[in-house]
Each structure stands twice: as structure tokens, then as C-alpha cells.
Write a protein that binds this ligand. Structure first.
Ligand code: GLU
Ligand code: ZN
Length: 522
């Protein structure tokens, strides 16, 4: 792709770039024509990481000049998603729809400076020119007939076009792909201002990147064909060329461009499914970028290690199982306090008011800590907390119990649970009569869970519980697993749950007792 230098190339060489030495300024510039999707999040992330790792600034610009396709609800979705992801901006976001007059002025300046001209051709005429060009085997282009036009028919509808040099070429350095060069002859005299006065993407994009003093432009490689046009505009505006980096596409498992067909693609949908922001960011960072063979990164590690040297040129394939696995890793890394906060914020509707305040109490956080190692999604954590934090006895589905296929097992197990209950009731009564339990419960717990102590507060550990139930099982001739199954169901509402022995000693005894009594009536 590299060719020899000639004068018109060297004008645009990135060695003139201001990128070296000046503080990094980058931006994410989404168009609010849909919900913020995964590809957009990755572009935002790479910009943000680059800025954060180099003491630079990260800006947000809403490219909403397409008034018909842009919608406020999509802008709100972009802002909310970036906030959820923690990709914070250093300056107030810029909305292009507020700057339409600026783009028109800049275009007029280019006309005055001889870098742009008015074109009075109708759309139909331009279409004919394109067809004619194709017939003779040329690229479909506007034939530049208004370029040297001197009359300016007053009041006649027109567009403003860029006056691209007829010869020479344009070259820019892409931080991922290396030098990229386009022949000027292949670049259309593209439209800057439409006949209705609206700017085109290429104009407003460059005007704002100049206005915001951008040093690096990092975006999806679907824009690579716009870049030569924009390089000319930077030159027309006498702005030193930023460094470019075009990120490879994200593909679905079928190797086609990621789209709604592949399921959830909006950032918000991942939140709803129970992904943690740091897991999604870790996953997206690894899509097309690597640091040795490390897979799990904290945000701080991503900031420290991210650079363009290890961004791959080829497209990256979206692997949902890996995202799920990574989420589990980050759920384990997170503090239980924070996970509970997320549960309360994102899953409140599946709780009752009473169970929600129990979930957010200190005991709720301990319950979350028991579930945390066993789940991959926040939704699973919330689902498992609901029955554990519900006051009193809970409805359960006993159809999956092993004893349904063995009535003598059922009878023996019910007797064993009853026995276990009696022993535990006796021990609690004795312990309480010996010395009233010091109120060791945290204030938040007392308020919402009541004042009944837990077996742990009476000195029983999960290991003690394990040994105790094993012994009861032995006495009744049943295996620990068979004894535990209905107990687990009535206490946790599920057949698979966080550690039963831990929960039995952690939850207030009156709750455990009431739930275990239910085994008799299953
Ligand atoms: N609005 C463009 C997009 O969403 C911005 C591209 C760029 O970063 O320059 O694709
Ligand atoms: Zn024309």
C-alpha cells in the first residue's frame, strides 16, 4: 500500500500530527439512531482506556444531525449505558443538532477559501452522472461540473461540495493497520452541506473534532473509507492531522457482522440479563485486543495495559459463553455489598418491600456472599435471594424431591427432620435460658429480621451442623444428601442452592424453625 512520497502526500503525513507530545484528547461520537450496542461500547471503551491510561481527556459527542433517524430516547440510552459502564466523560457532551449553524459557517469559509463550491445539479442529474461513469467502467462519482462554475443563480437550491485535488493522493497512519493511502482521483467531490442546509457526517464530524481539539480518532473500521475525505477536510481547516485507529468489526458466532439476529446486542440488555459492567468491559476489551494470555482484567489493569500495539487487524468473534464465564469471574471478585446494591437497584421488582429491606441489611449481604461463588449472572443472585429474604414460610415446589419415588424414604426423612428440629429446639431453649444472647445483630438486621438469634450466634458452626445432621441421618438410616434435600427446599425454595449448613446457622433461628416445620407437610 505504501508508495513513494510525493509532495501532495507529504502534506498530509501524520508525522506532522500533533498527537505526539500533546495531551491525549479522544471522543466517542455515537449517532442516536438506535440503542447503544456492543460495537459502540467497545469503541467508547478503547477511547476511554486510551485517555485514562495517558492522563488524557475523554469526550462524548452525540452525532444527531440526521434529524429524522435520531431520537431522544436513544440519546438517553447512550447516556445511561455509559453511566452504568462507568465510562465517564471529562467535558459536557456536545450535541451536533445544536451546532447546525456552525457547520454552515465552516462550509461557507471553505467556499470562500476555494476548498469547496456550490453545486446546483439536481439529484437526478447527479444520478445520471454516476450511471454514466459506471458505464465506462469508472467509479460512480459526481462529474465535478460545477467546480469551476462562476454564475450563482440566486435562490436556486444547491449543495456545497468539497473541492478535492484532482491529482496526488492522501495518506494517513492508522495505529492498528499502519499507513493507508487513497488516490485523490478516487475521492468524490463529496457533499458538505445538503440542499436543505443540513451538514453531512463528514463535515460535522471533522468540524467538531477540530473544535474539540482531538488528537486521536478511534472508531470502527466501517468508517475507513470516510477517513481520506476527512483528512482533506483537516487540511482545509489547517488542523494538524489526528492519529487514526480503526477497530476491527465484531462478528457473531456465524462470522457475520454482529446484529440483532445474534440476540442481545444493546448494552442495556446485558444489564437486564445480569452482567456486571466490568465483565462486559473486560470481555469487549479482549475482543480484538490482548495482553499475553491474561483473560480476567480489572478496569485498572485494562487502563494500565491497553495500547494499540496489541489490537488485532482482523475481526473478532463474539463468544457468549466466554462472556458468561467472565461474568462469573467478576461476580466472585466483587464485594458482596456492591452486589447487593446492584440487586436492589436492578431487581427490586422481583422482591416484596419486606424482602427487599432484608436483602439490603447486613445479614442480606452475608446471604449474598454465600450465593456469590455459585452464580454467573446477577439475575441468578437476585433470584436466589428472593426466597431467602422473604419473611416466614415460603411456597415450594416439591415435585423434584427424591422421596416422591420412595415413600419409605419420605417417612424416614420426615421423622429425621422432626427429630433434628426437636434437638435443635432443645439446644436453643437451653442456650437462651443459660444466658440471654447478647444483641449481636446489626441494627439493620434487628429492624427487618427480628430479634431471634441465629444458631451461629448460639455457637454452632456450619461444620457442627454438618456433623449433627450426619449423625441424625445415621440414626434414621438415611444418607445426609437425602436428609438435606427437603430441608434445602423449604429453607431456600430451591433444590440447588448456596451451602445449606451455612444458611441453617446464619439465618435467624425462628425463620429456620418455621421453614423446617414445613417438611412434615410436604
Ligand atoms: N457517528 C459516527 C458513528 O456512530 C461516528 C464515527 C466516528 O467516530 O467518527 O459511527
Ligand atoms: Zn453540480
Amino acid at each position: 500500500m505504501m508508495m513513494q512520497n510525493n509532495s501532495s502526500v507529504s502534506q498530509y503525513r501524520s508525522k506532522e500530527s500533533l498527537a505526539q507530545g500533546s495531551p491525549v484528547r479522544v471522543r466517542f461520537a455515537p449517532s442516536p439512531t438506535g440503542f447503544l450496542h456492543i460495537g459502540g461500547v467497545r469503541a467508547a471503551l478503547f477511547n476511554w482506556l486510551y485517555a485514562r491510561g495517558r492522563g488524557g481527556q475523554f469526550l462524548l459527542r452525540i452525532e444527531d444531525t440526521d434529524l429524522e433517524r435520531s431520537e431522544e430516547r436513544f440519546t438517553q440510552d447512550i447516556l445511561a449505558s455509559l453511566k452504568w459502564l462507568g465510562l465517564n466523560c471529562d467535558e459536557a457532551p456536545l450535541a451536533q443538532s445544536h451546532r447546525l449553524e456552525v457547520y454552515r459557517q465552516r462550509a461557507e469559509e471553505l467556499v470562500a477559501a476555494g476548498h469547496a463550491y456550490r453545486c446546483y445539479c439536481t439529484e437526478a442529474e447527479v444520478e445520471q452522472m454516476r450511471e454514466a461513469a459506471m458505464k465506462v467502467g469508472k467509479k460512480p462519482q459526481y462529474d465535478r461540473r460545477c467546480r469551476s462554475r462562476v454564475d450563482h443563480p440566486a435562490g436556486q437550491s444547491h449543495v456545497i461540495r468539497a473541492k478535492i485535488p484532482l491529482e496526488g493522493s492522501v495518506e494517513f497512519l492508522d495505529l492498528i493497520r499502519g499507513p493507508i493511502r487513497f488516490e485523490n482521483a478516487d475521492i468524490d467531490d463529496f457533499v458538505l452541506i445538503r440542499s436543505n442546509g443540513a451538514p453531512t457526517y463528514n463535515l460535522s464530524n471533522v468540524v467538531d473534532d477540530v473544535h474539540s481539539k482531538m488528537t486521536h480518532i478511534l472508531r470502527g473500521d466501517d468508517h475507513i473509507n470516510n477517513t481520506p475525505k476527512q483528512v482533506h477536510l483537516y487540511h482545509f481547516f489547517q488542523y494538524p492531522l489526528p492519529q487514526f485507529a480503526h477497530l476491527p468489526m465484531i462478528l457473531g458466532a456465524d462470522k457475520k457482522k454482529l446484529s440483532k439476529r445474534h440476540g442481545a446486542v444493546s448494552a442495556n440488555a446485558y444489564r437486564a440479563e445480569g452482567y456486571l459492567p466490568e465483565a462486559l468491559l473486560n470481555f469487549l476489551a479482549r475482543l480484538g485486543w490482548s495482553h499475553g494470555d491474561q483473560e480476567v482484567f480489572t478496569i485498572e489493569e485494562l487502563i494500565t495495559h491497553f495500547s494499540f500495539d496489541h489490537v488485532q487487524k482482523s475481526s473478532a468473534v463474539f463468544n457468549t459463553e466466554k462472556l458468561l464465564w467472565l461474568n462469573g469471574e467478576h461476580v466472585r471478585k466483587a464485594s458482596s455489598e456492591r452486589l447487593v446494591q446492584i440487586v436492589v437497584e436492578d431487581y427490586a421488582p422481583i422482591f416484596t418491600a419486606a424482602s427487599l429491606s432484608r436483602a439490603s441489611s447486613p445479614l442480606g449481604i452475608k446471604i449474598a456472599a454465600l450465593i456469590q461463588p455459585k452464580v454467573k449472572l446477577m439475575k441468578e443472585l437476585a433470584d436466589q435471594m428472593v426466597p431467602l429474604c422473604a419473611p416466614g414460610v415460603i411456597e415450594v415446589d416439591s415435585s423434584g424431591l427424591k422421596w416422591n419415588k420412595d415413600s419409605s424414604l419420605k417417612i424416614a426423612t420426615q421423622a429425621a427432620v422432626k427429630h433434628a428440629l426437636q434437638v435443635l429446639q432443645g439446644r436453643v431453649a437451653e442456650a437462651l435460658s443459660r444466658e440471654p444472647v447478647a444483641e449481636s445483630r446489626a441494627a439493620g438486621d434487628l429492624e427487618v429480621w427480628g430479634s431471634s438469634p441465629s444458631l451461629a450466634q448460639l455457637g454452632m458452626s456450619p461444620t457442627d451442623m454438618d456433623a449433627f445432621l450426619r449423625q441424625i441421618g445415621d440414626q434414621h438410616g438415611i444418607k445426609l444428601g437425602d436428609l438435606a434435600q427437603p430441608m434445602r427446599l423449604v429453607v431456600t425454595g430451591r433444590l440447588v442452592s448456596a451451602g445449606l449448613f451455612e444458611l441453617l446457622v446464619l439465618l435467624p433461628w425462628d425463620l429456620v424453625e418455621a421453614r423446617l416445620q414445613k417438611v412434615e407437610n410436604l
